[in-house]
Design a protein around this ligand. Structure first.
Ligand code: GUN
Length: 297
């Protein structure tokens, strides 16, 4: 009998579909609102991975008709200079979304900068007001990567109610908001991390396993329950023996695809969904602002 392999959760295709729908929406809204939506990406320094992410985000903005107000600062930019830039963008009516690309150089306080972003322009959903809305289960701008994972699960009609979900990683960017979104979808959620003991006994209970730890291919086949849904949030650059490099996730894809029922590839899984959710957040701030402007008159 031929071995069964997991179905691929194609984030790239779904993100393209979402972007094409957003592009149609922008076209029709723009005639009512009189300007395009705008997103400002602030990048500090020259981290090559961050530069690639920022390029991707700006390219995606151009495709759907969002104007980019990107600002690139040298690695020695000061906290005060960045705060001023954020305050100016908060006041700029052409800008609906602001994001600070992470990680920042060590001399900067990222949390304090994120707090300066107006919550209604917080396209990354990382401001405490938006994180607070998520904790309560209220409407608000949601963090893009976990929102993208939820959208992918929904698109493939993967049932979540009552399922055991294990989130590996507890970052504010992914692990914590991911756990809350799965809880909101009625999963029984466990958060495991680098200090967790007996990781394999935890992960092998997971119907839904989310790997967001940034450790290349650490999830091996023996750690995965047969029939599980495996979502790989990791994007790690691996240098091959011949000096070339490739992208790899936190999951050993080739081995785990023989155990799981669904699996995301890297690249082409969660990454493009993060970008699609960023565009969606920007456009929903754009619409909301319009609704509020009409209410005033
Ligand atoms: N760095 C890696 N991923 C992200 C993201 O989704 N948003 C921001 N701001 N920085 C990141």
């Amino acid at each position: 009998m031929e071995a069964k392999t997991a179905r691929i959760l194609d984030g790239k295709a779904l993100a393209q579909k979402i972007q094409s729908e957003l592009s149609d929406r922008v076209r029709s809204l723009q005639t009512q609102i009189g300007r395009p939506p705008g997103l400002a990406v602030l990048m500090v320094g020259d981290n090559p991975a961050s530069a690639a992410y920022v390029r991707n985000k700006e390219r995606a903005c151009a495709k759907v008709g969002i104007a980019s107000f990107g600002q690139h600062y040298p690695a020695n930019a000061s906290q005060a200079e960045l705060e001023l830039a954020i305050h100016a963008l908060n006041e700029d009516d052409r800008v609906d979304g602001i994001l600070v690309q992470l990680p920042l150089p060590e001399h900067l306080d990222a949390t304090s900068l994120l707090y300066q972003i107006a919550p209604d322009k917080d396209a990354d959903g990382l401001h405490p007001v938006n994180l607070g809305h998520l904790v309560r289960g209220d409407r608000g701008l949601r963090s893009c990567t976990p929102a993208g994972v939820m959208r992918l699960l929904q698109a493939y009609q993967i049932g979540l109610k009552g399922k055991n979900a294990v989130v590996l990683g507890r970052s504010i960017l992914v692990g914590k908001p991911m756990a809350l979104m799965l809880l909101e979808a009625d999963c029984t959620v466990t958060v495991a991390h680098s200090r967790s003991q007996n990781l394999e006994s935890i992960t092998s209970q997971a119907d839904i396993l989310i790997a967001a730890v940034g450790r290349t291919e650490m999830i091996t086949a023996n750690m995965v329950k047969p029939g599980a849904v495996v979502i790989d949030v990791g994007i790690n650059r691996v240098v091959n023996p011949d000096g070339t490099s490739r992208l790899a996730g936190d999951v050993d894809f080739d081995a785990v695809k023989n155990v799981a029922e669904f699996i995301t590839p890297v690249p082409g899984g969660v990454g493009p969904m993060t970008v699609a959710m960023l565009l969606e957040n920007t456009i929903s701030s754009y619409c909301l602002k319009q609704v509020e402007a009409t209410r005033k008159y």
